[in-house]
Design a protein around this ligand. Structure first.
Ligand code: GN1
Ligand code: MG
Length: 364
């Protein structure tokens, strides 16, 4: 695979100096295209995982609609549309992607300079900024009229995940099920609780909106002053509930350990970070969230963390086909660490609910 050749298939400015690997995504492969000269940007080049994203053209259309909409909002408030929004660079044939000889899909966007992406939220102030960023993102896309294609059906839909789960367990393709009775019971014992929440989304009592769906802290760019610039990694922009964005953020921000921490004692949910994020998020989102959404905000942290336990364990039982792994037991390790986080949230759930109520009351 010749990365320079692939880069040349896109409408980038300036001669390419080199293309080098970047980041450690679980799904796509990411590279940076370094261009010569200071007056042209560098670019991010991604090979999209076509096993997971089975309709890359529709995904790129979704991303483009969201970026265009956000840019118009940024321009309207005199912001900088090249820094406060992502810029997709089309291929020379006008498509938003390029397909190479091996049938792999590639896409390019502008690399925003002088930014910081964090792997963990160390302070409530940083969490506040992240919360504000997600709230702002949701509020900017709340009036996006153009429909998005559902490129990942059932992504944060636990009923859909249970269907996958039941099928994988029935198949047990690599014979791992027998030694996992305890871990499987973690999932089963909470099945009804999680489905009862999802029924509110299915009935429309909790509304569906344009959402990001992968709000881990490293998917937000901060400027060098620590202020939030924009939300990145828009592969999963979909129509879903806002609660999934809040919950997924809480899963990553509040974790005092790593997502796959081997030391389970290091993993817990930090309520000061929870409060910081909630304050930032609600400073933007209080204007559009319904009573029902507010009522379930704290629950969504448990919901998404539970879903992540299920997804990691399911991938392990399935023989590690979805997430990239660094060791044979990696998905198992991730399962244990995320489960520890879930139980920490469960232990502190009353306090989480109280924080949400207090923050919301303070903004009313
Ligand atoms: C994946 O691509 P990345 O690493 O940002 C996954 C998320 C998971 C996350 C777990 C499309 O996100 O849903 O929460 O890993 N994305 C997809 O860290 O499945
Ligand atoms: Mg990401």
């Amino acid at each position: 695979m010749n990365l320079e050749l692939i880069a040349s298939k896109f409408k980038i400015e300036g001669p390419v100096e080199r293309v080098e690997p970047m980041g450690e995504g679980f799904i796509n492969d990411t590279f940076i295209i370094r261009t010569q000269g200071n007056d042209v940007p560098d670019y991010l080049l991604q090979r999209k995982n076509k096993r997971i994203f089975t309709n890359v053209p529709a995904m790129m259309e979704n991303i483009q609609k969201v970026c265009t909409h956000i840019k118009s909002k940024v321009i309207a408030k005199n912001g900088d549309p090249m820094r406060e929004a992502m810029t997709i660079i089309p291929a020379t044939d006008g498509n938003l992607y390029f397909v190479d000889e091996e049938g792999e899909y590639w896409a390019v966007c502008v690399f925003i300079n002088d930014t910081i992406a964090y792997q963990a939220a160390k302070t409530p102030e940083l969490a506040y900024q992240g919360g504000k960023g997600i709230g702002l993102f949701q509020s900017m896309v709340s009036d996006l009229k153009e429909p998005l294609t559902d490129i990942l059906p059932g992504f944060h839909n636990i009923r859909y995940r249970f269907n996958q789960w039941d099928a994988v367990l029935a198949k047990d393709p690599v014979g791992r099920k027998a030694k996992l009775a305890k871990e499987i019971s973690w999932i089963e014992s909470r099945r009804d609780e999680m489905l009862n929440f999802w029924k509110l989304v299915e009935s429309g009592e909790i509304p569906t909106r344009v959402t990001h769906n992968d709000t881990k802290i490293n998917n937000i760019l901060f400027d060098l002053n620590g202020d939030v610039l924009c939300v990145i990694d828009l592969d999963t922009v979909l129509n879903s509930t806002c609660l999934n964005d809040y919950g997924d953020a809480m899963r990553s921000y509040t974790n005092t350990g790593q997502e796959d921490d081997e030391n389970l004692d290091a993993v817990s949910c930090n309520l000061a970070i929870f409060e910081g994020f909630t304050k930032g998020y609600l400073s933007q989102a209080i204007s559009f969230l319904t009573e029902k959404e507010l009522e379930y905000l704290a629950f969504s942290a448990k919901y998404i963390t539970y879903e992540q336990v299920l997804r990691f364990l399911m991938d392990y039982i399935d023989g590690d086909n979805y997430y990239k792994i660094k060791s044979p037991e990696h998905n198992y390790q991730r399962t244990l660490a995320q489960y520890k986080l879930l139980t920490s949230m469960e232990d502190q759930y009353d306090e989480m609910c109280r924080i949400v109520r207090t923050v919301a009351a303070g903004l009313a």
